[in-house]
Design a protein around this ligand. Structure first.
Ligand code: IFM
Length: 459
């Protein structure tokens, strides 16, 4: 396997994504993405924010790499903005876009940090959306072409690649719930988008040399039924959240429950001969992003626990359901339960046999204010990260082959539909000042010490 993941060692680092931090959205020939357009839709983003400035990382590459290096991080996972590199999605390549990522990779390597590139973290070029987006098979083909050309430029130095980040969000929040770009509510058609995302990954694998360490990053979730009466609905949710990705990868098939929920996946015009064979075995490693468990309740079973309907539409075909969210919660309203990560890692390794990386884990916290001494004492985040890192280590002891743990995220940034209202960073980005100063939080120092301990062999 041509990737630098070391068996038996948990590498530590942090992660980010292009649209959330880069800004410079109209510079150096960058094309428009679906998120640029979605942000202009009235009411789509909680505070009306957008990615025009974001954290201005495009212009502050050296400062931000210094922050990664200051942590002692072994890895930094970033994403490539497709519209910066291929502004129309296909065709013309923008050299200035590629140059930016080239500089980023060199700066990381010079600082002793392994770069991991994610090719698709949701910023689809708008011209491709105008032609059907992920509902169109052509988007999968275009994705593989774009991925191959980025790899041709950076592959001599980036040894660990991810195709998609959280395709569940791209497919189901984007094309069913409509709360992410492109903001479409197409119900069961979203399953077609899911298949095309799977296919895009498979086509990319085919387009890259065999030796490339190619993975895919999923926000898999432990799905815990709220009581016996919710078992069936929970099974359907599990099919849409987890099995739609893992089954084709491992077995080259969509399972019967999923086909029942998503009959469109049995349509030979959608899932064509050879598609599933192409996807099967197409990942060398698997990224797992974990924040919270999912607790489906058959609609009447919500009971005393409080239902959250926000993602209900994101499971088209699963039937009437509530998503129950128990206490305690982070500032974004997600239940905190580190045991979910341990269970997920053990189960996902058992299911796939692949090396795993926790490619994202972190918390939006309310204790992110800066005090009179200039300190951000984010003890809630430290507690969350400490518990989840411990859960990761327990999963390793239980036999899960986990090779890395990356905190989401380096710095406070554009949190999609929540705009700038929710902060996950180890570093505060002070939006009250025009220069967007970076202020490392207490969690940054805690994580730096944790990394130092683990590289000394004491962790
Ligand atoms: O900010 C996102 C990231 O882009 C994808 N995973 C979840 C994070 C927190 O919502």
């Amino acid at each position: 396997m041509g990737h630098p993941l070391t068996s038996g060692r948990l590498a530590l680092g942090t992660a980010s994504a292009a649209f959330q931090i880069e800004g410079a959205s109209d510079r150096d020939g960058r094309g428009e993405s679906i998120w640029d357009v979605f942000c202009r839709r009235p009411g789509a983003i909680r505070d009306g924010g957008d990615g025009v400035r974001a954290c201005e990382s495009y212009d502050r590459l050296d400062d931000d790499v210094a922050l990664v290096a200051g942590l002692g991080a072994q890895w930094y996972r970033f994403s490539i903005a497709w519209p910066r590199v291929v502004p129309e999605g296909t065709g013309r390549v923008e050299a200035r876009g590629l140059d930016y990522y080239d500089r980023l990779v060199d700066a990381l390597l010079a600082a002793g940090v392994q770069p991991t590139a994610t090719l698709y973290h949701w910023d689809l070029p708008q011209p491709l959306e105008d032609a059907g987006g992920w509902l169109s098979r052509d988007t999968a083909v275009a994705f593989a072409e774009y991925g191959a050309l980025v790899h041709a430029r950076l592959g001599d130095r980036v040894r660990l690649w991810a195709s998609h980040n959280e395709p569940w969000c791209a497919a189901y929040l984007g094309y069913a719930a409509g709360v992410h770009a492109p903001g479409r509510r197409e119900g069961g058609r979203a399953h077609v988008a899911a298949h095309h995302l799977n296919l895009g990954h498979g086509l990319l694998r085919q387009a890259l040399p065999d030796a490339v360490g190619l993975g895919i990053v999923h926000n898999l979730a432990p799905v815990w039924a709220e009581g016996e009466e919710s078992r069936d609905v929970a099974d359907r949710v599990d099919a849409i959240r987890n099995r739609v990705w893992l089954d084709p990868l491992v077995d080259g098939a969509y399972d019967d429950v999923l086909l029942d929920v998503a009959p469109v996946l049995a349509d030979p015009a959608v899932v064509r001969d050879g598609d599933l064979e192409l996807i099967r075995g197409s990942a060398d490693w698997l990224g797992v992003n974990y924040y919270t468990p999912v607790r489906p309740a058959a609609s009447a079973a919500g009971g005393a626990a409080r239902p959250a309907h926000t993602e209900g539409e994101a499971y088209p075909g699963a039937g009437e359901l509530d998503l129950v969210v128990r206490e305690p919660r982070t500032d974004i309203g997600w239940e905190i339960d580190a045991s979910g990560l341990e269970e997920l890692l053990v189960e996902t390794h058992r299911r796939t046999g692949l090396p795993l990386v926790v490619t994202e884990n972190g918390a939006a916290c309310a204790d992110d204010a800066i005090d009179a001494d200039g300190v951000v004492d984010d003890q809630d985040r430290i507690a969350y990260l400490r518990d989840h890192l411990a859960a990761t280590r327990r999963a390793v002891e239980a036999g899960a082959d986990v090779r890395g743990y990356l905190v989401w995220t380096l710095m406070d940034n554009f949190e999609w539909a929540e705009g700038y209202t929710k902060t996950f960073g180890l570093v505060r980005v002070d939006r009250g000042h025009d220069e967007l100063p970076r202020v490392p939080k207490a969690s940054y120092r805690w994580f730096a010490e944790e990394i130092a301990r683990s590289t000394d062999g004491q962790g």
